[in-house]
Design a protein around this ligand. Structure first.
Ligand code: FAD
Length: 452
């Protein structure tokens, strides 16, 4: 897929914070406008503050849960100002908030108006009331199973499937409950507004689960090389069957599907490790970590692949005026750094850059020779930090600490942009060290590999 249609000139002139503010306003409007639409032409007399409040909670929860589908729909323009990882965090914590609001809707009614709620027994209760209760239970289940996925050892692909299916069913049940209960939907236009609003989110699910995979499926890629590297890393080189180069910014990532249909929801995110100036062949550096990544070594040239890209805003191209770049990587976090360094080298960049790279031992520094080649092509200082080095290693030992950074950062560091990618504890600790060294947070860009 291409980078999508170019944004309108007015949008392009907006700064990144202004774009973020615009999309936040869109989010708030999507949640709040349907609520205010309930207020005019009210023909049912109000039943007191507590009742109205409980109803408002129900509508607010439904509106928020609807927008949840948009948050994970990977709309490039809307996600770009924030970064897709932040959007997923937003999705996760808003889900908790929305589920709490839905629980409060039920809890207040149960506490204050138990008679109006009626029997809980599905054999006695109206079907739409049972639908509401089931939807609530499913929402709570969705939130808990997502927050505790790792602790529950819920396999990722299975979790993803059930999460999508249960969320769709729960939302449809909640919509039915709301339309059939019909409180405040006493005029036709309000009824159809909310019915249309619900249908819109259900149609969005159709787009995400059917139409987009169909578009991805039409854009076939081919594996052209599988290259084992040091440190249990495999480089996978891909070419588009159509021959059309991929346009991307160095440091961006895509979703890879191999040996499965794009409809199967078995895609995995990987940073592009190759140069953005050579979009005709895209390389991914994949660390063997689990079920999927351990199969990459067995992939054969000629196999079909799908690569839905580009995504993300972890890119030196977004800071063209920087004096130079400091890349701080741990393990396979080197992948998006390589893409940026290779692109800078291809463009004949003359600025001073620093790469601080944490690995286990010298023999396991992934893509070490590639980095040495880049040192020759760029004004690049490379600092390897090894946490289990051999006895004869004379370089930096241990972790990437504040002392290590202080020793190797460019002086003065003003005007430099900092890019971090590695295990979350490393990224968090380096962020703290950079803050302690006086680097403004706005100059620090992090890519997180384990946000799901
Ligand atoms: C933006 C981004 C860029 C990444 N770039 C790289 C890279 O360049 N090189 C690299 O080696 N790794 C990269 N990763 C990590 C890579 O996606 C995971 O290591 C891989 O998906 C794990 O799959 P597995 O089945 O082998 O491992 P498992 O052991 O099955 O899963 C380990 C963990 O990886 C995550 N995961 C598993 N499957 C998926 C999936 N389909 N989608 C999202 N997350 C999943 C889950 O949190 C899971 O708990 C990146 C991740 C992100 C988010």
């Amino acid at each position: 897929m291409s980078a999508g249609p170019a944004p309108a000139a007015g949008y392009r002139r907006l700064s990144v914070p202004a774009r973020a503010a615009l999309w936040l306003a869109v989010y708030l409007a999507l949640v709040v406008v349907p609520l205010f639409a309930l207020l005019p032409d009210m023909t049912t007399p109000g039943a007191g503050f507590v009742w109205d409040f409980a109803m408002a909670l129900g509508y607010a929860a439904l509106a928020m849960l609807g927008v949840q589908f948009a948050l994970t729909a990977r709309f490039r323009r809307a996600t770009a100002p924030f970064g897709i990882d932040l959007i997923y965090y937003f999705h996760r914590y808003l889900a908790v908030f929305a589920a709490l609001i839905a629980l409060a809707h039920y809890g207040v009614l149960k506490a204050v108006y138990p008679v109006l709620l009626g029997a809980a027994d599905p054999r006695l209760a109206p079907a739409h009331m049972t639908a509401g209760r089931v939807a609530l239970a499913l929402f709570v289940l969705l939130v808990l199973s997502s927050l505790l996925r790792r602790q529950l050892r819920f396999e990722y692909d299975l979790w993803r499937w059930t999460h999508a299916a249960v969320a769709t069913v729960a939302f449809a049940l909640a919509l039915w409950h709301m339309l059939a209960a019909g409180r405040y939907l006493d005029t036709a236009w309000k009824y159809w507004l909310w019915a249309g609003y619900g249908a819109f989110w259900l149609a969005l699910i159709g787009w995400v689960r059917l139409l987009r995979p169909w578009l991805v499926a039409r854009d076939r890629w081919r594996v052209v090389e599988v290259r084992p590297e040091r440190g249990r890393v495999v480089t996978l080189a891909l070419e588009r069957a159509s021959g059309r180069p991929l346009r991307f910014r160095p440091g961006q990532f895509g979703w890879l599907t191999l040996r499965a249909s794009p409809f199967a929801l078995k895609e995995h995110p990987f940073s592009i490790a190759s140069s953005a100036d050579h979009g005709d062949q895209v390389e991914l550096a994949i660390k063997e970590l689990g079920d999927f990544t351990s199969t990459i070594r067995d992939v054969r040239p000629g196999e079909t692949a799908w690569f839905d890209a580009p995504y993300g805003n972890f890119s030196c191209d977004l800071a063209p005026a920087a004096r130079g770049f400091v890349f701080i990587a741990g393990g396979i976090g080197i992948a998006p750094m390589l893409s940026q360094l290779r692109t800078l080298a291809d463009r004949g960049d003359r600025r001073r850059h620093v790469l601080v790279y944490g690995s286990r031992s010298f023999g396991r520094i992934a893509l070490r020779e590639e980095i040495e080649a880049l040192e020759r092509r760029l004004d690049l200082a490379v600092v390897h930090v090894l946490h289990e080095p051999d006895a004869d290693w004379t370089g930096q030992r241990g972790l990437i600490t504040q002392q290590v950074l202080e020793r190797h950062l460019p002086r003065p560091a003003d005007g430099y942009e900092f890019f971090l990618c590695g295990p979350t504890p490393m990224s968090r600790s380096v962020e703290r060290s950079l803050a302690a060294l006086g680097v403004p947070a706005a100059r620090v860009h992090s890519e997180i590999f384990d946000w799901v």
